[in-house]
Design a protein around this ligand. Structure first.
Ligand code: ADP
Length: 982
């Protein structure tokens, strides 16, 4: 049997059970038995609801509620049961009272979706939000005696949305892509300052060197006064240093340091957090965000993760601002560089222009002087000079135009011109060159329906550049120039049936200095500004340029000028001078690209030349894509009595060599189709041309270029500009070297005796034992040592070491043996004559031959310090010894010993001061002496006599001595010429 109380409160809920036990008689409601039906019914509704419900009944607003509601009031439950709501919710009553009064007075239910309530339910004055509905509760007579309150807490949603709003604000206001770091930080704290309910105050610190500096801070009141400006090593203030090291730090006792009303109810801020600002790559945070914690909200998990996000957001904004700042600095630096470059071009071009003009004047006068006409030979020289000065001037003018276009200074001086006539005339300037190239030139420039005005000088540049490009890249077919009126614009077209342009090159075609790599052309010359200039000039004239092209088919360049641009005001003052000069200079230059392969330059038909001592003509093939350079070289070499053929590129050179091998090839490096390096590589890769002497000529100065040339197997490398005497000497030395090798073929080679040159250089009948070479004792670079040498003649005595102080040989046979003479790599040098040191190498005039005497030889060579040089060394030593009829066994012994010494010099010399190994051979007085000298330091000084596996071997074949100094090591091998010593 259940009591009426139990029956009313039931036993299903904890709150119901508490209510059943409550002494209701002690409350304004009185004993349960006395409660009216209406109250009982209301209690049943409240207890049966799973939704938070509160029933206030009677004048004392006595509270009855269910389990769900009890959870909302925290530690006010269960004290609130049966108590007056005005006591229980005293702190929020001023907000609640009007709502309750209203519902009771009007009898109409109310609804407030997010009512802010101050609640002291967890030991602090909390900012909470509820969705609340108040409905009247009536007694048995229908009078309103209380209120039904149905509510749910929405604090998480309200606060969560608010915090999200701040993060959103930050991402917008803190966009660092438009401002610097300092202003970005100021904006960030300003955005944070607008959300004081969640972040009562904030400051951003950034790391600069070893300190953290405050960059921005909310408000300028107590916060700025209290927070430190700078924090250095280990300072505990505000947890900044710890956070700077990466640890999120809570700071308590804030209220004691400053009075800052905060939170929903203006209470003093008590806590703050110091949060690391993560950096993108460095392991150290880039700074710290200090943020106040609202006194009205517990620092719970949600609040912490909000702070975490806040710090991330600030860090991202700062990083973006930094990246932007960096980018802007770079862009400014580049812009500055560009400005400097443009002004440099302008200045330098001006500087070039004056002397060039002063050169051109006298040259032109000299050519035009009828009273004192130049003799034909001088005329030709002066004409070459004038042509090339004009070429340089054209280039300088282009650069100057470009600079002023870039700087925005270029002007178009428009005047009325008969454009079809001008265009046809300009095209006509190219006619002879185009036709000589085997192409046809079609010009279609009908009269225009209306007048046109533009700057004729600019037009000349446009037409000239396009025509010269077309000629450069067209090998069969035609070039067409057209000028046609269209309804809205005038179009100039320059079309060719040339190589065409690849699709991927199109976007960069009109960029300054852009050239298409590997494009087949008549000339390698060019700077890559032609098309850029066309584009700029077309724009200056109010139009534009475009290109249609198909690889292998040809290209059509179209310059389109709107009629509106051609109807400008004109400036017809002053005559147009020099119109056509540019076109003529460019056309003349283009003519230079057109040379019939393997034809001597006009007027350069070489007389059958002779080497001084062989009585036969020597033929030299010159490969260069510049016509003037070809003519100059041909003239120079022909004057030496050599016969000269010329070709315009490497491919033609290969064809010519195949047809009729020359004695020497003199080739430029930069040439179209097959360049100089590729030519050397090809020649060295074919058995019948591998030994053909090649001298490379290049404007690429610098050791690397020379090494590249020589590495590929060129015999010599001459840098432009060169002197005539230097070039001739180098060519002569190379011819002599080849002739010597020719005389004494290398039997060591694995191949069956390949010819030393594709076509043997005629030489004295081989062998020429002890033939007297061009001995020039008086020209020896150093004082001649008068001590009798191996040869027994004063002239043949080797010179004392002139520049290298290291005495290479400890004990000499005759006290006269000097260091091995330096030499140009791969070239024989005369022993007694000291050639110039490596610094002057490129201009060293070679002593063509070793110093041979009737009784012996004293000669030397220098080789690149590479294992592969050994065979060349053997070949040179062998041929010298064989020329002296040295016993083949002795030759063999010496070669084995020399190989070992050479290999050691290559292998063991550490950090050589010169990348070469010098070998000297002295034969005389029944003894052969070989000296091998390197310029490195020993790997191991301990084993002085042991330079590896070869030492024993060397000793077995001769008397070996070794001398090492700081500047290198010299190994001397001596061997009696007759085998009587065993
Ligand atoms: P440059 O002629 O000095 O190299 P340009 O600016 O005149 O410089 O031309 C840029 C590049 O465009 C050239 O290197 C060439 O490869 C390509 N080009 C220009 N005109 C033609 C053409 N008519 N046919 C094929 N290629 C062309």
């Amino acid at each position: 049997m259940t009591s009426p109380t139990e029956e009313l409160f039931g036993s299903g809920s904890a709150t119901g059970r508490l209510m059943a036990r409550l002494d209701w008689a002690a409350t304004p409601l009185g004993p349960v038995q006395s409660w009216p039906q209406s109250l009982r019914a209301a209690v049943r509704i409240v207890l049966s609801s799973r939704y938070p419900m509160l029933l206030l009944w009677g004048e004392q607003f006595t509270q009855l509620y269910n389990d769900a509601y009890s959870a909302l009031i925290g530690d006010k439950h269960p004290g609130a049961l049966g108590d007056d709501v005005r006591t229980t919710l005293a702190e929020g009553w001023d907000v609640l009272a009007p709502l309750i009064d209203d519902a009771m007075a009007t009898g109409v239910a109310s609804w407030v979706p997010a009512l802010q309530l101050l609640l002291d339910r967890s030991g602090y004055r909390e900012e909470a939000y509820f969705s609340v509905s108040h409905a009247p509760a009536r007694d048995d007579d229908g009078r309103t005696v209380g209120v039904f309150t149905v509510c749910s807490e929405v604090t998480e949603q309200v606060v969560g949305e608010r915090r999200l709003g701040l993060l959103r604000d930050l991402s917008v206001r803190g966009d660092g892509r438009t401002v610097d770091v300092a202003s970005t930080c100021a904006r960030l704290v300003e955005a944070i300052g607008g959300h004081r309910l969640d972040v009562p105050f904030a400051a951003i610190y950034l790391r600069e060197g070893t300190a953290l500096h405050r960059v921005a801070c909310t408000g300028d009141g107590p916060v700025a006064a209290v927070l430190p400006d700078v924090v250095v090593d280990g300072d505990p203030a505000w947890g900044l240093w710890a956070a700077g090291g990466g640890a999120i730090t809570e700071v308590h006792g804030v209220a004691q340091r400053m009075t800052l009303p905060a939170g929903a109810f203006d209470e003093p801020a008590a806590t703050a957090v110091a949060l690391p600002l993560p950096s993108a790559e460095a392991d150290q945070p880039l700074g710290v965000l200090v943020a106040g914690v609202s006194p009205s909200r517990a620092l719970d998990e949600a609040y912490r993760s909000f702070f975490h996000l806040l710090a991330q957001q600030v860090a991202v904004a700062v990083r973006n601002a930094r990246a932007y700042e960096e980018e802007r600095r770079r862009a400014e630096a580049l812009a500055e560089l560009d400005r400097v470059k443009t002004s440099f071009f302008t200045n330098v071009s001006h500087e070039f222009r004056t002397p060039l003009t002063l050169m051109l004047g006298p040259l032109t006068d000299a050519l035009a002087d009828e009273r004192h006409p130049l003799p034909p030979e001088q005329r030709e020289r002066v004409d070459t000079a004038r042509r090339n000065a004009t070429r340089l001037l054209t280039l300088v003018n282009s650069l100057l135009t470009f600079s002023s276009l870039e700087a925005g200074r270029a002007r178009s001086r428009a005047r009325q011109v008969d454009l079809p006539e001008l265009t046809a005339e300009l095209a006509g300037v190219f006619r002879s060159a185009v036709e000589r190239a085997g192409l046809s030139l079609e010009v279609d420039c009908p009269p225009l329906p209306r007048p046109a005005a533009l700057d004729p000088a600019n037009w000349e540049r446009i037409v000239t550049n396009l025509l010269s490009n077309a000629l450069k890249h067209t090998f069969v077919g035609r070039i067409s120039v057209g000028l046609h009126a269209h309804p809205t614009e005038l179009r100039l077209t320059v079309a060719d049936t040339g190589i065409g342009i690849a699709e991927e090159e199109m976007p960069r075609l009109f960029e300054r200095f852009h050239r298409v790599d590997g494009a087949r052309s008549r000339s390698h010359e060019g700077t890559g500004i032609g098309l850029a200039l066309v584009g700029e000039l077309a724009r200056l004239e109010g139009g534009d340029v475009r290109v249609d092209s198909q690889l292998g088919r040809g290209s059509t360049f179209t310059v389109a000028l709107p009629w509106s641009a051609l109807h400008r005001g004109t400036d017809d003052t002053g005559a147009v001078s020099d119109l056509g000069d540019t076109a003529r200079a460019v056309a003349q230059e283009a003519s230079g690209w057109l040379v019939d392969p393997v034809r001597p330059e006009p007027g350069e038909e070489g007389s059958p030349g002779t080497l001084p001592d062989d009585g036969r003509g020597v033929r030299i093939l010159v490969a260069d894509d510049n016509a003037d350079m070809r003519a100059y070289l041909a003239r120079l070499l022909t004057a030496q009595g050599w016969r000269v053929d010329t070709v315009g590129n490497g491919r033609q050179a290969l064809d010519a060599i195949r047809r009729d091998p020359p004695d020497l090839v003199l080739t430029d490096v930069m040439m179209p189709e097959v360049d100089g390096f590729a030519l050397v590589r090809t020649l060295r890769g074919q058995p019948d041309t591998e030994a053909l002497p090649v001298v490379v000529l290049s404007a690429r100065a610098g050791a690397d270029a020379a090494v590249e040339g020589l590495d590929l197997g060129a015999d010599d490398y001459v840098v432009k500009p060169f002197t005539a005497a230097d070039l001739v000497a180098r060519v002569r030395a190379t011819l002599e070297g080849a002739r010597r090798r020719q005389r004494t073929p290398d039997a060591e080679d694995d191949r069956p005796e390949p010819p030393r040159s594709a076509r043997p250089i005629s030489a004295a009948p081989s062998p020429a034992p002890l033939a007297t070479g061009p001995v020039e004792p008086s020209s020896a670079g150093a004082a001649t040592d008068s001590t009798p040498s191996l040869t027994g003649t004063a002239e043949a005595a080797p010179a004392g070491a002139a520049s290298d102080p290291a005495p290479a040989v400890a004990r000499t046979m005759d006290g006269a043996l000097s260091d091995v003479a330096p030499a140009v790599p791969g070239h024989p040098v005369a022993g007694p004559r000291r050639a110039a040191g490596p610094a002057e190498m490129p201009t060293t005039v070679q002593v063509p031959n070793g110093h041979e005497t009737a009784s012996g030889v004293d000669t030397g060579w220098s080789y690149p310090s590479k294992a592969t040089s050994a065979s060349a060394m053997r070949r040179d030593v062998r041929s010298s010894l064989e020329a002296l009829h040295v016993d083949p066994d002795v030759v063999q012994d010496l070669l084995v010993a020399a190989s070992e010494a050479f290999n050691n010099a290559v292998e063991h010399a550490q950090q050589p001061s010169r990348p070469e190994v010098r070998v000297r051979l002295q034969v005389g007085a029944g003894t052969a002496r070989l000296t091998v000298r390197d310029f490195g330091t020993w790997r191991d000084r301990r084993s002085a006599m042991d330079r590896g596996r070869g030492a024993t071997l060397m000793n077995a074949f001769g008397d070996v001595r070794l001398m090492s100094t700081a500047s290198g090591t010299t190994v001397t091998i001596e061997r009696r010429l007759t085998d009587d010593q065993g």
